[in-house]
Design a protein around this ligand. Structure first.
Ligand SMILES: [Zn+2]
Ligand SMILES: [Zn+2]
Length: 63
């Protein structure tokens, strides 16, 4: 199962994680912002799960 981490702050250009429509990402260890050392991720959810769909809808609605 893939987990998406929704970051606390907006991601910068330096972020090398894979991003998803829900606003979450697949953090990679070597990302300076979201890697293992820092991990400033607030909210984890299952990729393709209910929460993921909700977030995707929420973002589409507010866009
Ligand atoms: Zn990142
Ligand atoms: Zn997601």
């Amino acid at each position: 199962m893939v987990r998406h981490g929704v970051p606390q702050a907006r991601t910068s250009e330096d972020c090398v994680c894979e991003r998803h429509d829900c606003g979450g990402l697949d953090p990679v260890l070597w990302c300076a912002e979201h890697g293992d050392d820092v991990a400033p991720v607030l909210d984890w959810h299952a990729g393709g799960g209910l929460r993921c769909a909700q977030l995707t809808r929420g973002r589409a609605a507010s866009a």
